[in-house]
Write a protein that binds this ligand. Structure first.
Ligand SMILES: NC(=O)c1ccc[n+]([C@@H]2O[C@H](COP(=O)([O-])OP(=O)(O)OC[C@H]3O[C@@H](n4cnc5c(N)ncnc54)[C@H](OP(=O)(O)O)[C@@H]3O)[C@@H](O)[C@H]2O)c1
Length: 429
């Protein structure tokens, strides 16, 4: 039964892809949520930038405001949802809502990956929830699994495809031999990629998610600046075809590892064996592979973005925050020490390296000699020749990044080498 006391009034900051879907989902699920939890969610205020913009959802004019700060501090708002994005004003609005004792739900990866620690501390000081399931991998319940179900588990490694746009582009390149530029244009036409695709294709978005995952999985503060990242804009059709011939597919991976007390976090394209579960993650889907000591390997798969999947995760957090508020309790992300970051130079992987060389006797010997001088041993080699030029492709055994980079530098100076192609790490062999 609905009474005044079981109504929870929600202020939503932002009514774009996620905010509009959330308003619709609350409307659609309200009675079911009330029947299950005894809590009746009512969106009572919605802050936007442009009052006259046409929206996906009909929001009464009386509910809309351009004054987001007034929503964050409104005594008639019980819980605040931040789905504006970016650092400011989102940061100030969340701090204000927490300071007014309101639980906050956010989907903002950029904010958490840069100033998460400040917000987690503010939530603890205010004794209010700060929940952010939607900030990583959209609709996939990964953060709650790491924070709750796996809180007793020493996590060793989390590897994931956490950016749907780049996975869509790589799938088109791989399955339909579409060149990079055409695959990107198609992703933009379908609304998967922004007009300026830099955040996705250069790995910034995946890097922010990797920082949040590492912080939660390993219990140490990792920020976006700690994450080494490379994107996919240099991946060529030749790389994709060579990977295919060798039994691999190319994926943009976020790799978070806990090694001997240090944390190595990186985002880069990698060749994944065709038999690995991550290889079958196609189109704009996301998947995250978690490796723990006791639990072994777990895989989480689903829609990592999109208004509705993301709003689903926001709504789950909203219900949790409402229940906690009723019970007079709240969760805590925890206060973390700064992580000791292991730089990319000290990480190890197998490497794929294509070279264009002059086709004459002794070239292979000269090239393999460079690998040997830097302690990089070769696992497989392939050669395609013409009259004067040859393309050599090498896959190494596990090697140190710094040694491989030194090998590359020396190869570039070798007079028989015409071109050193893009390096790809080989993961999961
Ligand atoms: N879209 C996804 O698939 C997805 C997935 C996971 C996480 N997220 C995260 O969810 C958040 C929202 O993403 P989105 O795709 O919904 O963004 P969006 O479509 O660009 O919507 C942003 C909303 O914020 C409003 N806004 C901007 N500045 C404002 C201000 N100063 N005061 C009040 N309102 C303001 C905009 O108002 P107007 O409408 O008037 O312009 C718009 O309604 C971001 O943090 C994003 O990283 C999104």
């Amino acid at each position: 039964m609905t009474t005044k006391s079981n109504v929870v009034r929600v202020g939503v900051l932002g009514c774009g892809n996620v905010g509009a879907a959330l308003v619709q989902l609350v409307e659609r699920q309200r009675d079911t949520i009330e029947a299950r939890t005894g809590i009746r969610l009512e969106v009572t205020r919605v802050a936007v930038r442009n009052l006259s913009r046409q929206r996906e959802v009909a929001v009464p004019a009386t509910m809309l405001t351009r004054d987001a700060a007034s929503v964050a501090s409104d005594p008639d708002v019980d819980i605040v949802v931040e789905v504006i994005g970016g650092i400011e004003p989102a940061r100030e609005l969340i701090l204000s809502a927490l300071a007014h004792g309101k639980p906050v739900v956010t989907a903002n990866k950029e904010l958490l990956a840069n100033v998460g620690a400040e917000l987690y501390a503010a939530a603890d000081a205010a004794g209010a929830d700060l929940l952010f399931e939607a900030a990583v991998a959209g609709g996939i319940p990964l953060i709650r699994a790491l924070r709750e179900s796996l809180q007793g588990e020493p996590i060793r490694r989390v590897i994931g495809i956490v950016n749907g746009t780049t996975n869509y582009i790589l799938t088109k390149m791989s399955e339909e031999a579409t060149p990079y530029a055409a695959a990107l244009a198609e992703a933009q036409r379908l609304g998967y990629a922004e007009g300026d695709p830099t955040a996705d294709v250069e790995g910034f978005d995946a890097g922010a998610k990797a920082a949040i995952i590492s912080t939660i999985a390993f219990g140490a503060k990792v920020v976006a600046g700690d994450v080494y990242h490379e994107g996919i804009s240099h991946i060529t059709s030749e790389d994709i075809a060579a990977a295919h011939r060798l039994g691999y597919v190319v994926k943009l991976l976020a790799i978070c590892e806990h090694i001997e007390g240090e944390i190595a976090v990186r985002v880069h394209p990698a060749m994944v064996p065709r038999t690995h579960p991550l290889a079958s993650v196609r189109d704009s889907y996301n998947a995250v592979f978690v490796e723990g000591d006791a639990v072994g390997s777990l895989m989480f798969y689903g829609r990592g973005a999109g208004g509705m999947p993301t709003a689903s995760a926001v709504l789950g957090d909203l219900i949790d925050a409402a229940i906690n508020r009723r019970e007079g309790t709240h969760g805590s992300v925890g206060s973390f020490r700064k992580a000791v970051i292991r730089g990319i130079d000290e990480t190890t992987a197998e490497y794929y390296l294509p070279l264009e060389v002059i086709d004459r006797p002794g070239v292979l010997h000269a090239v393999t000699g460079v690998f040997a001088r830097h302690d990089v041993s070769i696992r497989a080699a392939e050669q395609e020749g013409s009259n004067t030029d040859a393309r050599l492709v090498f896959i190494t055994h596990e090697a140190r990044e710094a040694d491989v980079q030194a090998t590359l530098r020396e190869l570039r100076d070798l007079d028989v080498v015409r071109k050193v192609g893009g390096l790809l790490r080989v993961i999961g062999s």
